[in-house]
Design a protein around this ligand. Structure first.
Ligand code: EPZ
Length: 424
């Protein structure tokens, strides 16, 4: 069977500039939230990702008319099914975000458990508990989770953990519920504020999004609108890390630097020179970089778990020892084994990775095991001596719009090839 790979020739400084894509982790909840609206919703700056196409398939299966053309998604409301087929639930780990809007709009939704393994188990107990508190009856039968409610009512919902997805599902379910919902210990990620910004423009009454307490006053109806997706802060950080790993000078346009403070401060601590002007981030970096003694991933505004593999790729060739602790997901070090094949010196025990800087990495055959881990391997390959063959591109295509083109616009040298798996 044919397989696609990326051949990356490293060892050359990066030089160039690009405009960052729209945020995957905002476009997906916004597409789900459009289900709450009557009429037509037009989303701009939507990145071209396999996860976006998967979300479009789910919307069309549920009776909405969703059309993606270029970076625009048009969603027209409609009636239809309330069950999301298992294959769609499995195609995208975050398919659980359709639960809240389906219950908000149709008071019924049948889903199956999203798969685990990629980053560790991906339970949805916080989502289901929150829905129960709003009056939803939930029962499991033959692996299906059947959720339905006579009517949804507001509630005081303290989240045990500031889960991004659970926060988004509560906001979407509460937007059309009867009465007021007060969500405490809510996730503060910028994508939450983007979701609330969209829903408020559709007529919702949501206050405090982006803070720890979000108050949603249910309304009778929401009307579709035009809205532009916020920039992808993790994709922006990806390109900065590719430059930090290879050395050079790049400019990333169309960013929101205030959403990236914890990421940018780590790059500065490692010795990169950063300049910020409105929506542009400039990075200039010459090697060797300095180690960063201790990085701990935390919910926003802490250092994001999605940036963990990316900064690890940078610190592999920093002088000294850096320690990274992953506190959000159970198993998010699958990229380490692949970095070792490139000559990195990293030891993992439990949720902690200890990186001892080496003078340089070399190219190797490596495989992406998850989205951000794959991007981290490409960043490492940019700075590695010789050629790297990167497999598992399906993970990268889930979250990066034309990854190789963006990488090469910054001066990288990546060629996407189809090979027969016999060559493997
Ligand atoms: C969102 O996932 C993002 N995905 C993830 O990005 C990101 O890593 C994560 O938030 C944390 O920032 C999207 O927005 C589509 P969580 P989500 O609920 O909502 C546990 C990427 O690379 N948990 O905040 O699934 C969970 O297992 C992806 O772009 C429960 O235990 O993250 C994890 O350990 C990867 N029970 C932790 O909370 C629940 O009911 C954080 O999960 C829900 C979550």
């Amino acid at each position: 069977m044919a397989e696609e790979i990326l051949r990356i020739t490293g060892g050359r400084k990066l030089r160039g500039e690009i405009t960052v894509q729209g945020a995957k982790n905002s476009a997906l909840p916004l597409m789900a939230a459009s289900m709450l609206c009557d009429g037509e919703t037009v989303l701009g700056n939507v990145p071209q990702l396999t996860d976006v196409y998967a979300a479009s398939r789910i919307l069309n299966r549920l009776g909405f008319r969703c059309k993606i053309s270029g970076n625009t998604a048009k969603i027209v409301s409609g009636e239809g099914e309330t069950e999301i087929p298992d294959e769609d639930m499995r195609a995208m780990r975050s398919s659980v975000m359709f639960l809240g809007p389906m219950l908000g709009k149709r008071k019924r939704c049948v889903i199956t458990m999203p798969g685990g393994c990629e980053l560790g188990p991906r339970p949805i107990d916080l989502h289901l508990d929150a829905m129960r508190q709003m009056g939803v009856q939930i029962r499991e039968q033959q692996g299906k989770i059947v959720c339905q409610a006579e009517h949804l009512h507001g509630a005081r919902i303290p989240l045990p953990f500031p889960s991004v997805g659970a926060t988004e599902n509560v906001i979407m379910a509460a937007a059309l519920a009867e009465g007021e919902t007060v969500l405490t210990n809510a996730a503060r990620e910028p994508e939450i504020a983007d979701l609330a910004g969209f829903l408020n423009r559709c007529g919702a009454k949501i206050a405090g999004a982006g803070e720890g307490t979000v108050i949603i006053s249910g309304v009778k109806k929401l009307s579709g609108t035009a809205y532009s997706v916020m920039p992808d802060r993790i994709a922006a950080f990806t390109w900065l890390c590719a430059c930090a790993a290879a050395g050079g000078t790049v400019c990333i346009r169309g960013t929101e630097p205030k959403d990236m403070e914890s990421c940018l401060s780590v790059l500065s601590a490692a010795g990169c020179r950063l300049g910020i002007c409105k929506d542009r981030i400039y990075l200039d970096c010459s090697h060797p970089l300095r180690n960063v003694r201790y990085i701990r991933t935390m919910p926003h505004p802490g250092f994001p778990t999605d940036a963990q593999a990316l900064i690890a790729a940078v610190l592999c060739t920093a002088s000294g020892t850096s320690v990274i602790e992953e506190t959000v997901f159970e198993s998010r070090f699958k990229h380490v084994g692949e970095l070792l094949r490139m000559g990195a010196d990293i030891r993992v025990s439990g949720r902690t990775a200890v990186i001892t800087g080496v003078s340089g990495l070399h190219g190797a055959e490596v495989e992406a095991m998850d989205l951000r881990g794959g991007a981290a391997l490409a960043a490492a390959a940019a700075g590695a001596e010789g050629e790297t063959v990167l497999r598992g591109l399906r993970h990268i295509d889930r979250g990066y719009d034309h990854f190789a083109d963006a990488f090469n616009s910054l001066g990288g040298n990546a060629v996407r090839r189809v090979i027969s798996s016999a060559v493997r």
